[in-house]
Design a protein around this ligand. Structure first.
Ligand code: DGL
Length: 267
C-alpha cells in the first residue's frame, strides 16, 4: 500500500483527459494536477524551454510528496521524459509510447493519421517509434495548434471546434487512413466533433487509455495502490487563470474543484 497522491501535469487543460481516466480506473487514488496555463501552448516552445518548465513542475509535484508522475502531455513527453527520468527518483510515465502501442494494435491497413502540436509532429517521435515496431506503417502527421487554444477557451463543444477539426482533418482523411491518433491530450476534448468529421470508418486512438493501463499495472506490481475506504481529495493547481480552468475541470472530472494559482517559477 502507498497512500501518497499521483502527480499529473500538462501545459493546461489537456491532461485532465488523462486524469479522467486515472479517476475512472483507480477511484481510490488521489491526484495532484498541475496545468501550466500561464505558459502554454508548449507546442510552439523550444525543447530547452519545455525541459526547464517540466523540471520546475516535477519539483513542485515532488514537494507534494507524489508517489508517481504522469506527463499528461505529448509535447512534454517527447521533449522532457528522458531528461526527467534521469534526474528524479520518482517513477515518471509519458503518453507517447502507450499511444504507439495502441496504434500498432489498431491499424489494419497500416495507414495512420497523427494529429498533434507542431513540435510533436516536427520531432518525428511518433513516426519513428511506430516505424520501429512496424516498418510498413505509414504515418501522416498534421499539426493542429488551434485545437489547443479552442480547448483552453472551453469551446470544445461548439461549432468552432467542429470547423477547426474539419479544416485540419480533411487532408488526412483523403490519405486513406484507418486510424487516427490523438497525439495531444487536448484533443480528446474535441472527440465528438472529430468523430463527426472522420466518420465511422476511421478508428480513433486516445493514448490516455493505454497510459493509465500501464500505471495500473505498475501500481499493482509494486504494491503501491492507495487503500480503499479513505476519502479522496484531488488537488488542482495552475500557473495562469483559474476560472475557465475550474469550469473545465468540473466538467471533465465531474465534480466541484478548487483550482489554485501558484507561482511555478519558485520551484
Ligand atoms: N496537451 C499538450 C500535448 O499533449 C500540448 C498542448 C500545447 O500546449 O501546445 O501535446
Amino acid at each position: 500500500m502507498n497512500n501518497k497522491p499521483i502527480g499529473i501535469f500538462d501545459s493546461g487543460v489537456g491532461g485532465l483527459t488523462v486524469a479522467k481516466e486515472v479517476v475512472r480506473n483507480l477511484p481510490n487514488e488521489e491526484i495532484i494536477y498541475f496545468g501550466d496555463n500561464g505558459r502554454n501552448p508548449y507546442g510552439v516552445r523550444t525543447t530547452e524551454e519545455i525541459i526547464y518548465f517540466c523540471e520546475q513542475i516535477t519539483r513542485f509535484l515532488i514537494s507534494h510528496d507524489v508517489k508517481a508522475i504522469i506527463i499528461a502531455c505529448n509535447t512534454a513527453t517527447i521533449a522532457a521524459l528522458d531528461e526527467l527520468v534521469e534526474q528524479f527518483d520518482v517513477p515518471i510515465f509519458g503518453v507517447v509510447r502507450p499511444g504507439v502501442s495502441a496504434v500498432i494494435e489498431t491499424t489494419k491497413n497500416k495507414r495512420v493519421g497523427l494529429i498533434a502540436t507542431e513540435s510533436s509532429v516536427k520531432s518525428g517521435s511518433y513516426q519513428r517509434l511506430i516505424k520501429e515496431k512496424d516498418g510498413e506503417i505509414e504515418v501522416f502527421g498534421q499539426a493542429c495548434p488551434l485545437l489547443v487554444n479552442i480547448a483552453e477557451e472551453c469551446l470544445y463543444e461548439t461549432r468552432i471546434s467542429y470547423e477547426a477539426s474539419k479544416y485540419y482533418l480533411e487532408d488526412l482523411i483523403n490519405k486513406g487512413i484507418d486510424t487516427l491518433v490523438l497525439g495531444c491530450t487536448h484533443f480528446p476534448l474535441h472527440r465528438k466533433n472529430i468523430e463527426e468529421v472522420v466518420g465511422e470508418r476511421i478508428n480513433i486512438v486516445d493514448p490516455a487509455f493505454k497510459t493509465v493501463e500501464g500505471l495500473c499495472e505498475f501500481l499493482e506490481k509494486n504494491n503501491m495502490k492507495r487503500e480503499s475506504g479513505i476519502e479522496v481529495h484531488h488537488k488542482i493547481y495552475v500557473s495562469g487563470k483559474t476560472e475557465k480552468f475550474k469550469n473545465l475541470a468540473d466538467d471533465v472530472l465531474n465534480g466541484d474543484y478548487n483550482v489554485e494559482k501558484i507561482n511555478i517559477e519558485e520551484y
